[in-house]
Structures are given as structure tokens and as C-alpha cells.
Design a binder for this molecule. Structure first.
Ligand SMILES: Nc1ncnc2c1ncn2[C@@H]1O[C@H](COP(=O)(O)OP(=O)(O)O)[C@@H](O)[C@H]1O
Ligand SMILES: [Mg+2]
Length: 777
């Protein structure tokens, strides 16, 4: 034990303390004013200047008695005494030892007590040593955090040797509660005292830490706004100092203003503002800054909320469709129905229109007319060459040179969120447009999901539900199936010569005149001239080349007028060649001969209906049947079917029974580069074959189509209208069709029907009867 009771008791004057604890070794000023306290001091001064200091339990008590004071206190020496004006005395005291009251000697005129004193030695064991070190460590840490303890105090405490004294000095420095201080005073046992202080320090540290956290939190909240303002001002100042343009600030400010005005959706707005903050902090020339700027430009340019009001007048729509397109009655009716249904069932999201037909039949321009009719903006998006998903959905911004996809680009171009977007030639993407990209397009077209279309670049979802999508394709087969399922297909098979003539006179010619700055008087193109152009300069289902030829005439005339060679021109059937050169096609087959082994078939290709000549040659050989001209399997099979039928009936046709043993047969379909398939050339091949074997020529003005069975039956085929128009274009006069296709004759325009003779065949015998002439001698 390092603490010892002194053997003798001492009698001392007692000075009760209010709100302050005095430890041994502590030097402190006390201001004394109470009468009894002054008497105590007077008494002490008379006896070795020593007195007993102890705290009142309650500082408010004016006349404390024994019950109001603690038993434990400190014996102190009065070092100095100063009388202050007003009767108070300031005393400087120094604590000497702990002591405990054992007896009250007298209460008046001051409290006089008998105390038992404690003395401590500096000796210590290892445990105490360890406790001291811990305490010193904790105290240093506390001092660091609290910042209230002067450094010299720390030094003096750390260098102390006596453990008890160290504890007392540390206690004196801490801002402890008075009761805690009293606990320290009462801890007579030095080890217990050190332990108590360790606990108190740890406790204080925790409180300090909590305080710090609370402070930090409060400051953070308060500072955030102030700090930003402050930093921004500072940045301005710095940039000004550097002579750097203030426009960076104003750029950001300007952008913020724009964002405010742009009526962006909340999410987009927040994102934009965040990007502006980022931009502001970047050096202006940073590559990243350019990226952010471009991004913001895109966000600001998109029509998040802009939309045009639809014209909901079906009659007006009809007028526009009629004004801009000749003919196409059925197509227009279906478009109008579609628009009417859309109007009635606003919420019901209808299918998407898909125009299917060969080039130049007006698919694209019809879509444009629909936009005009609805008074919506129109954007055309071509799919030629679209390869990957990113073209539709965009690239993530992390890519260098990233851009939004075409859908978003189209919307920017339109400037409204409800344009008509034409997805032109979606069959063109059929070839290299698979997997993910197709699903991206599906999402675009799906009314269930397209209200939150997400472009990788834009990041925030865009609402496509107000967009009216229209698609076009040359052939339906190339459209990915799931896309096709969402669409309402409208076919545009192509025009008759008469229709083309009308289209040219009413639309193409006036349009081209206007485009070339020519008046109706300056260039007159006669009806016959146009007819000649249709027949001898073009061979198409649509009117694209026709328009091109007319444009080329306009160009030449315009050039001559500008060169002042002529004032006006009149183009007739006689002088077309002067403008367009020699005719490219021979109209009709009139000049051709009736030939053996050649029959004219009909087919539907990507460019519409077309004629298909089939040639058969017979050579001496061993009965081999060869097929050339890029024929598909179905077509080959139908060639064999025809061949078998003829073999089975050879005697009736007057063909020697063993022809298939002595001869090789070669069936060829010219224009070998174009793949051909389907069963519809069956009767044509059989006719050519019979012609070759019997040496009976085929009538040159007959064209035919139909599937053939092993027994010679003629089965129906598709695409009758396209095929008949193609046959008519090629100058055929008689057309052989399967009997079961009779109903399809309704589709054919009357003026074409009038000029043609139709044979409806059920059996190959009827076909041969019409198509073959007498045997050549
Ligand atoms: N029925 C029609 N009436 C008036 N012009 C037409 C008609 N059909 C096509 N055209 C015109 O022919 C040209 C080619 O049409 P376009 O729409 O490009 O065809 P597609 O998209 O089917 O290939 C355009 O100038 C178009 O206005
Ligand atoms: Mg087109």
C-alpha cells in the first residue's frame, strides 16, 4: 500500500467549497465572501496557515452544516491573501494531502473539524506502473481530441513519478462532473484511483467522440449550401485572376437555365443538373467536358414534352391521300379505316402498318402523306445496312464518340414526341439484322414497353408511346417473324400501264417540273411520249424509273433553256429518243417468233411481277435430265413432275416411247443470277418440254403460271395480280391461269383485263392445246 493514515488526528478550520474541487498539489484562487468562511480563514491564518477544504453537496446552500458537506476533502495551505473591495477575500491555496473528517469540534463562528490525514509514497509495483502508462496514453489522446489542455500541462503530467499525484493532476485538468471529482478525492487507494481515472477518461473520450460526430453532422448540413456557394464564388475569382473566360461559369449557368426552361421529366432534369455540376468542375478543354456537353445538347434537344396536335378529320385525311397519290383505292381505304379505328380507340394500341410491295409503288410517299394528313412531323429511318443493336439503341457514353441510336436521333430530328416514324425497308435488315438488334426493334414497336424506351446513350427512359410507327418492305418473307406478327400488312402490288400514265401526268411530271424550275409552258410532255417511256425505257412494277426518266428529260430541257438554245420544248413519242437515247426494252413480244422449246412463265420477285422464259433443249444422249439457272428444290421437283407426266402420256403426244433413253434433256431458266423457286412454273416447264419433244412451237403471245401434279392437274398459285401486270407489260395477249385462281381476276384493273384473254385451265392438256401450235415441218 502506498497510502498511509497519519497516526495523529488534526484539528483544522473548515472552508466549504461551492462548485469546485481542490486536489492535493493543486494551486487555486478561491474568492471567499461568506462570513463564516472568512472567520475560518482568519483562524487558519493564525495556525500554520493550514485549513481543510471540502465541497458542499449542493452549491446553493448558504449556511451548510455537516450533513451538507462531503467527508473527504483536502488539507491546504494558504499561500496568499488579498482583500477585495466589498469585503471578499481572494486566497491562493495549495492542496497538500487528502483528509477525512472524523469529528466536528464546533460549528460557530466557523466549522472546526478533527481530520484524519493520508500520505502517499512514490513507490510503485509493476501493476501500478502499467496503470500509469495506460493513464498517460489515454490522457495524451484525450488532450489531443479535446484541445482544451495546454501542452505544458501535458508535459508536466507525463513526467510525474508519483502515481497518486499523477491521477490527481489529471483529474484536476478534466472537465468532470463534481461528483466524479469527489469520487476521485475519496479514492484513497492509489491503484483504485488510477483505475477510476482510466474509466473516467475512456468515458470522456467517448463523449468527446460523440460530440465531434454531432458537430460534424450539423456542420455538414449547414455548410453544404454555404460551401457550394463559397466554392463557386472562389472558382469565379480564381478564373478571373487567371484571365480565364468567365463564360465557363456562364456556360454552366446558361445550361442550368436551359434545363429549367426545357420542362424535362424530373429524373432527366436531375441527371442533367448533375452533369452540369460535373462540367463546371472540369477544365474546359478536357476531352471529358466535350463529352458532357454533347450529352447535354442531346438531352436538351429531345422533345421530352413537345407534341403536335393531331388533325382528327378523316375527310381531310382522305383528301390529302387522294391529292398526293393516284389510284390505290383499296390501300387508301385501309389506311383511313386504320386511322379511324385509332381515333376511336385511343387507348387501345393498334398494330403497326406495314406497306409491302416492289420499289417505286409509293410506300414511302404514302407514309409521308399519312403524316401530312395527321399534321404530324415525319421522319424516315432507313434500315439498309443496319447491323447491330447499337444502331437502334445507341452506345453507352463510355465509348469514345458514342451516339444515341437511330430512334432517338429520329426524335430529335422530328422535334416532337409524336411524329410518324417510317421504318423504311425493314426487310433489308433481315439479312444481317438478328438476335439482339431485332429484339431492340421489337421493344421499340411494342406498345406495352415502348413508353420507357431506354437508349444506352441517353440513359433515361423516353416515352415512344405517342409515336406512330409505319414500316415498309419489299417482300414479306424477309421480315423477322416476331416483327411481322405486330404488323398489319398492306400490299401494294404495282401499277398497270394506264395507272402509271396517270401517275406520271398528274404527279411525277408536275413534281419534276417544279423541282427543275420549269413551267408547264416551258416543257410539254405528251401522253404518247410517256407511254413510250413506260413501255420502252422502264420495266418495273412501280414508277421509280419512270420518274427518273422524266427527271432526266427535265434536266436536259432546263439545261438547254439556260444555255438559251431553246425557249420551250415539246416531247412527243417521236422525239423521246432525242432526250433519253435508244429504247432499252422491246415492248411486247410481237417481233419475236413462235419458237420451239421456249415458254413464257410468270413469277413474283423482289421487284414485283416478272416474266420468266423457260428454255428446253433436247440432245442425243442417255436420258439425263439437267436443270440450270439457280433453281430451288421446289422448282426442280415441279420440273420432274412435269417430265414424269409427259413420259406417262408420250404415245398420246406422239413422242417415241423410248425418248428418255436416247436423249438428254436440258431445262434452263435464263437470268441465272437470280435465285428462283416455287412451284408456279410447273406448267410452263411442262409446256416447253412438250414443245421441244414434239417439235411444236409455243405461241409467242401466251404467258402462263400454275403448279402441275404428276397426273397433269393444274393447281392454283399466288401473286396473280403482279403476274398478270407483268405479262401485260411484256406484251402477252393470252394468259393461262389455274382455274382455281379465277377469283383473283377481280383484283386486276378493268382496263388491263379488257386487253387480255384469260384461259382458266384445270389440266395440262388444256394448257398445251392453247399454247402449242402445229408441228413444224
Ligand atoms: N400512286 C401514286 N401516286 C402518285 N405518286 C406516286 C404514286 N406511287 C408512287 N408515286 C411516286 O413515285 C415515287 C417513288 O415512290 P416511293 O414512295 O419512293 O416508292 P417506294 O417507297 O414504294 O419504293 C415517289 O416520287 C412517289 O411520290
Ligand atoms: Mg421507299
Amino acid at each position: 500500500m502506498t497510502t498511509k493514515k497519519k497516526s495523529t488526528l488534526r484539528e483544522l478550520a473548515l472552508l466549504p467549497l461551492r462548485g469546485v474541487a481542490v486536489f492535493p498539489y493543486m494551486v487555486i484562487h478561491l474568492d471567499v465572501g461568506r462570513e463564516r468562511s472568512i472567520s475560518a480563514i482568519d483562524a487558519a491564518m493564525a495556525e500554520e496557515r493550514e485549513l481543510f477544504l471540502t465541497m458542499q453537496k449542493d452549491a446553493q446552500t448558504d449556511e451548510p452544516d455537516m450533513d451538507d458537506i462531503y467527508q473527504f476533502g483536502t488539507v491546504a495551505e494558504i499561500k496568499q491573501l488579498l482583500k477585495l473591495p466589498g469585503g471578499t477575500i481572494r486566497v491562493l491555496v495549495e492542496g497538500l494531502r487528502r483528509a477525512k473528517i472524523v469529528n466536528l469540534k464546533s460549528a460557530d463562528p466557523y466549522m472546526r473539524v478533527e481530520v484524519e490525514e493520508y500520505t502517499e509514497s512514490a513507490s510503485k509495483d509493476m501493476e501500478l506502473e502499467a496503470l500509469m502508462r495506460t493513464l498517460v496514453g489515454q490522457f495524451e489522446q484525450y488532450a489531443k481530441v479535446s484541445k482544451k489542455i495546454p501542452p505544458e500541462a501535458i508535459v508536466s503530467v507525463v513526467t510525474l513519478e508519483e502515481p497518486g499525484r499523477m491521477a490527481d493532476e489529471i483529474a484536476a485538468h478534466l472537465s468532470l462532473k463534481l461528483t466524479a471529482k469527489q469520487d476521485v478525492l475519496e479514492a484513497v487507494n492509489v491503484k483504485e484511483r488510477l483505475e477510476l481515472l482510466c474509466r473516467l477518461l475512456a468515458n470522456e473520450m467517448e463523449i468527446l467522440e460523440l460530440e465531434r460526430k454531432i458537430n460534424a453532422r450539423v456542420r455538414k448540413q449547414m455548410e453544404k449550401t454555404q460551401k457550394e456557394y463559397y466554392l463557386r464564388e472562389q472558382l469565379k475569382a480564381i478564373q478571373k485572376e487567371l484571365g480565364e473566360k468567365e463564360d465557363r461559369i456562364s456556360e454552366a449557368e446558361e445550361l442550368r437555365e436551359k434545363v429549367d426552361k426545357a420542362k424535362l421529366p424530373k429524373e432527366v432534369r436531375e441527371k442533367a443538373l448533375k452533369e452540369i455540376d460535373r462540367l463546371e468542375k472540369m477544365p474546359p478543354q478536357a476531352a471529358e467536358a466535350a463529352v458532357v456537353r454533347t450529352y447535354l445538347d442531346w438531352i436538351l434537344a429531345l422533345p421530352w414534352n413537345k407534341q403536335t396536335k393531331d388533325r382528327l378529320d378523316i375527310e381531310a385525311a382522305e383528301k390529302i391521300l387522294n391529292d398526293e397519290h393516284y389510284g390505290l383505292k383499296e390501300v387508301k381505304d385501309r389506311i383511313l379505316e386504320f386511322l379511324a379505328v385509332r381515333q376511336l380507340a385511343k387507348k387501345m394500341k393498334g398494330p403497326i402498318l406495314c406497306f409491302v410491295g416492289p420499289p417505286g409503288v409509293g410506300k414511302t410517299s404514302l407514309a409521308k402523306s399519312i403524316a401530312n394528313a395527321l399534321e404530324r412531323k415525319f421522319v424516315r429511318m432507313s434500315f439498309g445496312g443496319v447491323r447491330d443493336e447499337a444502331e437502334i439503341r445507341g452506345h453507352r457514353r463510355t465509348y469514345v464518340g458514342a451516339m444515341p441510336g437511330r430512334i432517338i436521333q429520329s426524335l430529335k430530328q422530328a422535334g416532337t414526341k409524336n411524329p410518324v416514324i417510317l421504318l423504311d425497308e425493314i426487310d433489308k435488315l433481315g439479312a444481317d439484322f438478328r438476335g439482339d438488334p431485332a429484339s431492340a426493334l421489337l421493344e421499340v414497336l411494342d406498345p406495352e414497353q415502348n413508353n420507357t424506351f431506354s437508349d444506352h446513350y441517353i440513359e433515361s427512359p423516353f416515352d415512344l408511346s405517342k409515336v406512330m410507327f409505319i414500316t415498309t418492305a419489299n417482300v414479306q418473307y424477309n421480315i423477322p417473324r416476331p416483327l411481322l406478327d405486330r404488323m398489319e400488312v398492306i400490299y401494294l402490288p404495282g401499277y398497270t400501264e394506264e395507272e402509271k400514265l396517270q401517275i406520271a401526268l398528274r404527279h411525277l411530271l408536275p413534281k419534276q417540273l417544279a423541282e427543275h424550275g420549269l413551267s408547264k409552258e416551258q416543257l410539254v410532255v405528251s401522253e404518247n411520249a410517256i407511254r413510250k417511256i413506260i413501255r420502252e425505257y422502264t420495266k418495273e412494277a412501280g414508277v421509280r424509273n419512270l420518274e427518273r426518266e422524266i427527271a432526266s428529260i427535265c434536266r436536259k430541257v432546263a439545261k438547254e433553256i439556260v444555255a438559251k438554245k431553246i425557249e420551250k420544248a415539246k416531247v412527243s413519242a417521236q422525239n423521246v429518243e432525242k432526250y433519253l437515247g435508244i429504247p432499252r426494252f422491246h415492248y411486247g413480244v410481237a417481233e419475236k417468233k413462235d419458237e420451239v422449246g421456249v415458254a413464257l412463265g410468270l413469277a413474283v420477285t423482289e421487284v414485283g411481277g416478272d416474266t420468266l422464259a423457260i428454255e428446253v433443249t433436247i440432245m442425243k444422249g442417255k436420258g439425263k435430265l439437267t436443270l440450270t439457272g439457280k433453281l430451288g428444290d421446289v422448282m426442280k421437283e415441279s420440273a420432274y413432275a412435269g417430265f414424269s407426266y409427259i413420259r406417262s402420256r408420250s404415245s398420246e403426244f406422239g413422242i417415241s416411247d423410248d425418248f428418255y433413253e436416247k436423249y438428254d434433256i436440258h431445262i434452263h431458266v435464263p437470268e441465272g443470277a437470280i435465285p428462283k423457286d416455287g412451284p408456279s412454273a410447273g406448267i410452263t416447264m411442262a409446256t416447253a418440254l412438250t414443245s421441244a419433244l414434239t417439235n411444236r412451237p409455243v405461241r409467242k403471245d401466251v404467258a402462263m403460271t400454275g403448279e402441275i401434279t404428276l397426273r397433269g392437274r393444274v393447281l392454283p398459285v399466288g401473286g396473280i395480280k403482279e403476274k398478270v401486270l407483268a405479262a401485260h407489260r411484256a406484251g402477252a395477249k393470252t394468259i393461262i391461269l389455274p382455274k382455281e385462281n379465277e377469283k383473283n381476276l377481280e383484283e386486276i384493273p378493268v382496263n388491263v383485263k379488257r386487253k387480255l384473254k384469260f384461259i382458266l385451265a384445270e389440266h395440262l392438256d388444256e394448257v398445251l392445246e392453247v399454247a402449242l401450235l402445229e408441228e413444224q415441218k
